[in-house]
Write a protein that binds this ligand. Structure first.
Ligand SMILES: [Zn+2]
Length: 221
């Protein structure tokens, strides 16, 4: 039987948020990403990328080997020997067992236009500084809810994914673009995890965190 992991992530942001979507909005150079039915979103790829980045940092801090993206050449190539980050988040060769959904802001979320000045990276640009306009959400607190789920061959791999995503969610501090301009700062992320529709016991996650913190790959035990 496959193990079905379901994670619900509730993000609370204390600042405005921006990720550039592919919408066009009058008077904005960069418009917010939006779902097809009209809610502002943190795109799934943005969420997953931010969680992975945080997970990688934590695992490396504890002395575990984690490959370095984003180019496929520098990421794990052996399906039987993937680093913990690739096992959970996948890489260009091996898809993640977890499918992340966009984080949705509530339907009452209001957007606004901010201006900023971009500095051209080309030295000889005729106009090295340019005024631009960005659409962001209104300032926080804001809530966005995302779910991710997947099927795993055994309980151990499902728990590993649950533990790594939950850990990254606890330590994540920002998501999206414009962090240097004070956008996208996260106050907290609450994770509700179920495995085959049963709540995942906190002790099982803590046991994995302790192993990682001691520098042990779970597979080595
Ligand atoms: Zn890897």
């Amino acid at each position: 039987m496959m193990e079905h992991l379901h994670l619900k992530l509730r993000f609370t942001l204390y600042s405005a948020f921006h990720t550039t979507g592919n919408r066009w909005r009058w008077a904005a150079d960069k418009a917010l990403a939006m779902s097809p039915d009209g809610d502002y979103v943190i795109p799934a790829t943005t969420l997953k990328g931010a969680l992975r980045e945080r997970a990688e940092t934590l695992l490396r801090t504890w002395g575990l080997d984690v490959c370095t993206g984003p180019t496929p050449e520098t990421m794990c190539a052996d399906a039987n020997n993937l680093c913990p980050a690739c096992q959970v988040f996948g890489n260009p060769r091996f898809p993640s067992p977890l499918r992340f959904q966009d984080g949705r802001f509530g339907p009452d979320t209001v957007a606004q236009i901010r201006s900023g000045v971009s500095i051209s990276r080309q030295r000889r640009a005729a106009l090295p500084r340019r005024l631009f306009f960005v659409e962001t959400t209104s300032p926080g607190p804001l809530e966005a809810i995302s779910t991710s789920e997947g099927y795993f061959p055994d309980r151990a791999s499902a728990l590993q994914a649950c533990a790594l995503v939950t850990l990254a969610a606890r330590w994540i501090s920002a998501v999206g673009g414009g962090r240097t301009r004070g956008l996208g700062w996260i106050e907290k992320v609450e994770v509700q995890a179920t495995l085959n529709d049963e709540p995942v016991p906190q002790e099982e996650l803590e046991a994995l965190w302790h192993k990682w913190a001691g520098g042990h790959h779970v597979a080595e035990d």
